[in-house]
Design a protein around this ligand. Structure first.
Ligand SMILES: Cc1ncc(COP(=O)(O)O)c(C=O)c1O
Length: 403
């Protein structure tokens, strides 16, 4: 019996989830594994947010919420967009879903025709591509390498746009490379898009609050107001507030698109969990000191990882300016040999070697469509990161370069 539809044939499970699952199984079997695969903060949700959820439950907020989100959370999101991004939205321009992932899926489901193209800036969050494939679209990768600090440049965008382009996806700051765009970068992208009125923009800003070295965050629609009516600004509470398990993501965008996304969501999941929405209100409206504390911790971990990688021969790292990953280059190790004589053919072979030799679980660059790199999550304590980097250094030293 064949169960899966042909639409699913080209879709892969999430690489980071797969790596973490493999790490969990190896750990359960007694192996000494450090899992740097999954992208989630290692902090606990701040207590005032948990308290708000408890209070909501006691107050009877336990029934089906409106499909597009509760009035209270919509209002908190409207205020957040105004306060942080100088963007004005009305309640009809906001949707709340089960995580930013569902927001993105809804948007594609609501808008893609068969064979519509979606421009993705590699290295990119792998699930963008799989969602496009599930829905019959065509993911088009634009390579944005270390020479542009993993940022999309206007000329590459111009070249990639065709009459079939439906969406451009941006991720500010980006997973996995931590790329942060300047105002000028965004304006240059906006100029190209103004000449291409058939293209919509999805700006995934879920790592907005995790920025280093005093960088300022720019939301795409804030910098390109002429494109606001074509932009879906996606955000969520998972990363900034250590709320990955609560599953609340949201977006602001054109009213008609939001209505179409709400229609999709009404057929799939209805409104997101009422208690989690109450918790998200407390996250957005409440004190933000924990967000700053998390960010400071991610910055000192970024510093630690950057300093160590610079000292390891044959690895390279463009210092991430945001998010909580390091996207490490391993070009010089491709073609090298392990002590057993196996050839490191690509970054997947390298991450496999790290898992076997060092007990380090991390994700190969091929999962993000830009090789040869590997991503480690820096959402781990400095002690764990130090131990992981010691092990990576020792394993890299075992590889024989050349013939
Ligand atoms: C770029 C990016 N967008 C969206 C998500 C998903 O966020 P959520 O937990 O809100 O579904 C992630 C999670 O890893 C991500 O890295």
């Amino acid at each position: 019996m064949k169960y899966a539809s042909s639409r699913l044939a080209s879709v892969k499970p999430s690489a980071s989830a797969w790596v973490s699952q493999a790490a969990k199984l190896a750990k359960a079997a007694g192996e000494d594994i450090i899992d740097l695969g999954l992208g989630e903060p290692d902090f606990d949700t701040p207590p005032h947010i948990i308290e708000a959820a408890y209070e909501a439950g006691k107050a009877g907020e336990t029934r089906y919420p409106p499909t597009d989100g509760t009035g209270d959370l919509k209002q908190a999101i409207i205020e957040k967009f105004k306060r942080d991004n100088h963007l004005d939205y009305e309640p009809s321009q906001i949707i709340i879903s089960n995580g930013a992932k569902q927001v993105i899926f809804n948007a594609l489901m609501a808008s893609l025709e068969l064979d519509d193209e979606v421009l993705l800036c590699a290295p990119y969050f792998g699930q963008y591509k799989d969602m496009v494939l599930i829905l019959g679209g065509v993911p088009v990768t634009i390579q944005c390498g270390a020479e542009t600090h993993f940022r999309l440049d206007a000329a590459s965008l111009e070249k990639a746009i065709t009459p079939k382009t439906r969406w451009l996806f941006l991720n500010l700051p980006s997973n996995p490379a931590g790329a942060v765009y300047t105002e000028d970068d965004l304006r240059a992208i906006g100029d190209v898009l103004e000449r291409n009125p058939h293209v919509l923009v999805l700006s995934d800003e879920i790592y907005e609050h995790i920025l280093f070295d005093g960088e300022k965050f720019w939301s795409f629609a804030e910098i390109c107001p002429a494109l606001k009516e074509r932009t879906l600004t996606v955000n969520g509470v998972s990363k900034a507030y250590a709320m990955t398990g609560w599953r609340i993501g949201y977006a602001g965008g054109p009213k008609e698109l939001i209505a179409a996304m709400t229609k999709v969501q009404s057929q799939i999941s209805s409104g997101a969990c009422s208690i989690a929405q109450a918790a998200a209100v407390a996250a957005l409206n409440g004190p933000q000191d924990e967000v700053h504390r998390f960010c400071a911790a991610f910055q000192s971990r970024r510093d630690l990882v950057y300093d160590r990688i610079l000292k390891i021969d044959n690895l390279t790292l463009d210092p991430p300016a945001g998010a909580f990953y390091a996207y490490i280059g391993c070009t010089d190790l491709i073609g090298s040999k392990t002590p057993d004589g196996a050839v490191i053919e690509d970054d997947a072979a390298f991450t496999n070697f790290l898992l076997q030799d060092a007990g380090i679980a991390c994700v190969p660059g091929s999962a993000y469509e830009l090789s040869p790199f590997f991503r480690i999550s820096t959402a781990a304590s400095e002690a764990v990161l130090t131990e992981a980097l010691d092990r990576i250094e020792a394993s890299v030293a075992k590889l024989k370069l050349g013939n």
